[in-house]
Design a binder for this molecule. Structure first.
Ligand code: SAM
Length: 379
């Protein structure tokens, strides 16, 4: 079996935002170079890769570019929508329709600037008046209405992601990961301007991606729980590349709450089934064993769906739960043989200071982040 020795995992200074990778904020994205190098070395075109915690879809985008079929799973409905949009090439006709939709919104914006604002039905969203200025809510509601009237699923989903990408910026929420409401004094029609600017940037990127994406490649995405992959056949994947949550670090369901409310995406499924969340381990103070039990289930499912002797790569960070420091390389080394995996190699990176390797957002003193190379046993 090949090893990791000749792959460089130092992505410092490399462009991590090319093509559709820059779409939309998402906490703890992979640098795209990580799945790119692993796919190039461990998958052939026509094979199938699984990412059971696909998040923003980085693995799926890279698989498309290399002619590898992919399946992505995420508990978070917005992650699934984002993954789909980033990894789905669009036709010339669809790109043209999007350009025309932007023109129509721009023309409408000019009318609103001249004082001819339309009366728009604003969706019922919990806390709307606290989190959104009324002019912003009206403009978001207008754009949402235009998007929902579009018949083509791929165009509608693309535009939903553009809308989603600007929602925190035009809301009163301080930033993506800070929930304080602040006064931003957003002027009339700024929301239209932000939507069009972001939309035209995304359009140029999806156009380039669509030209480079390999033909006849499938990408399937499921909004499901990685602890139960019973809808996937056993021994059906050639490769797994994934990164589960870093326990007690994020609340993915919470960061995108308002986006989901505007886009009618369910919040509760992710809230109650997200593993390793801060909610579970800081608010509800669950025991660290719960995290290990959840990982055990996920690893068991990964081993079941992988073909014998095939590799699985897991990027995971250490965590502290109830003052217990969990060294995830040791935890996985313990769990792996119980489910039919052997550990082939581990690369660890110190997370103090700026020496982080895989996830630039994750710096914590004393903790390490690991790239763990597992191989499914032969029986
Ligand atoms: C570290 S992020 C993955 C980021 C991804 N590698 C990327 O490049 O965007 C971990 C993901 O696990 C998802 N997740 C948490 N619990 C899950 C579960 N029970 N089943 C499936 N996905 C889950 C979260 O919603 C989050 O998107």
């Amino acid at each position: 079996m090949r090893n990791l020795k000749d792959i460089s995992f130092d992505f410092n200074g490399e462009d991590t935002s090319y093509l559709t990778h820059s779409f939309h904020p998402y906490p703890a994205k992979f640098p795209p170079q990580l799945p790119r190098h692993l796919l190039a070395k461990f998958a052939k075109p026509g094979e199938t890769v699984l990412d059971p915690f696909c998040g923003s879809g980085t693995t799926l985008v890279e698989a498309r570019l290399q002619g590898v079929h992919s399946v992505g799973i995420d508990i978070n409905g917005l992650a699934c929508l984002l993954s789909k949009v980033k990894s789905t090439p669009l036709s010339q006709k669809e790109l043209q329709t999007i350009t025309q939709t932007f023109q129509a919104i721009e023309e409408e914006s000019l009318l609103w600037q001249m004082g001819r604002r339309r009366k728009i039905q604003i969706p019922q969203i919990e806390g709307l008046a606290h989190w959104f200025q009324s002019n912003v809510a009206e403009e978001l509601a207008f754009v949402r209405q235009v998007i929902l009237q579009i018949d083509d699923d791929d165009i509608r989903d693309f535009l939903k992601i553009v809308l989603s990408a600007i929602i925190v910026r035009v809301s009163n929420q301080e930033s993506d990961t800070r929930f304080a409401a602040i006064n931003k004094n957003i002027p009339d029609c700024f929301t239209f301007k932000a939507f069009l600017e972001r939309g035209r940037d995304f359009l140029a990127r999806i156009k380039e991606f669509s030209e480079l994406a390999k033909k006849n490649v499938t990408t399937r995405i499921y909004n499901a729980d990685a602890r139960d992959l019973s809808f996937l056949d056993s021994a059906s994947f050639d490769l797994i590349i994934t990164s589960p949550p870093y326990a007690n670090t994020y609340d993915y369901y919470l960061y995108h709450k308002f986006r989901k409310r505007w886009l009618d995406i369910d919040v509760e499924f992710a809230q109650y089934n997200e593993i390793g969340s801060r909610r579970e381990f800081s608010s509800l103070k669950k025991h660290p064993d719960k995290w290990i039990a959840d990982l055990h289930k996920c690893l068991g499912e990964m081993a079941r769906v992988l073909k014998p002797c095939k590799p699985a790569f897991i990027v995971i960070g250490d965590s502290v739960i109830q003052k217990k420091h969990l060294r995830m390389n040791a935890v996985i080394a313990d769990l792996a043989p119980q489910v039919g995996f052997q550990v082939r190699d581990v690369i660890s990176s110190d997370l103090s200071g700026h020496s982080k390797l895989f996830n630039p957002a994750f710096t914590q003193r004393g903790k390490k982040e690991h790239l763990i190379f597992l191989e499914k046993s032969n029986d």
